[in-house]
Design a protein around this ligand. Sequence first.
Ligand SMILES: Nc1ncnc2c1ncn2[C@@H]1O[C@H](COP(=O)(O)OP(=O)(O)OP(=O)(O)O)[C@@H](O)[C@H]1O
Length: 268
Amino acid sequence: MKTAEPTTHAVPASFSPGDALLTCEKLVIGYDGTAILPPIDLTIRRGQFVAVVGRNGSGKSTWFRTLLGMLPPVSGTISRASAQVRSAYVPQTSAIDGLLPLRADELTAWGRLRGWSFLWPFARKTDRDAVQTALETAGAKPFASRPYRELSEGQKQRTLLARLVATEADLVLLDEPTAAMDAVAERETMQRLCTLSRERGLGVVVVSHDLEVAAEHADVLVFVDRETSAFVVGDARTVFCHPAFRRQYGDEYCQRAPLGPHRGNDAR
Ligand SMILES: Nc1ncnc2c1ncn2[C@@H]1O[C@H](COP(=O)(O)OP(=O)(O)OP(=O)(O)O)[C@@H](O)[C@H]1O
């Protein structure tokens, strides 16, 4: 597969894969002080690709919103390794206003905004170059000059991915970034995210409803299930053979799960 080589991300000089980016300790998430999941203990690291799976309403977006500070934890802590760790988020496309009067490349340039720079988002050559690289990396170049609202859902998702790449964040959270994509585009996107995590040392956390694609690309799977109060972290076999997972998805995935982790990392 053809994947654009990222060139503009400022990887920290001291970066090494496996460095902690963000840690949840005894983190309880929920609404109005009521927990929806058991306490979460998990460290997300540089160069790690984490896929989050679970049925509708299981708590995936709630966890993301809590990590991003959009929702207060019920209890427990979320700590960043340093104040310099930057996060970026791709929401479900339905959360982005389709009436935005912006072209795909302009929305991508939003990823570069710092302080007052929104007044002249294309002024600096480094920003213009970063936007072009981001569009290429996300496979969004062919429709970069088209209005965002006229794009197909899959093209919108690529644009949001480009904006995410343009941010040059250390930790990226994506909520179903491939939901509207065809099977080929979905695999390409997951592969691109893998490349970003490996080459730029990003921590990538992706919600996906495609269990096989998730297991194929992730270092670590997280299974979230409000109904049985489960938050399971591990390789495909550990997750797919967990009783709570089998209750929701049946035995088929456990029987076909590969032995051992796909990319050989450990989340903890
Ligand atoms: N603002 C809210 N107040 C109270 N409960 C909420 C609120 N938002 C979501 N919930 C509930 O929290 C639970 C988890 O919702 P969440 O959106 O995290 O699920 P999800 O796993 O992301 O689902 P999906 O796969 O459908 O996107 C659901 O039962 C939902 O109804």
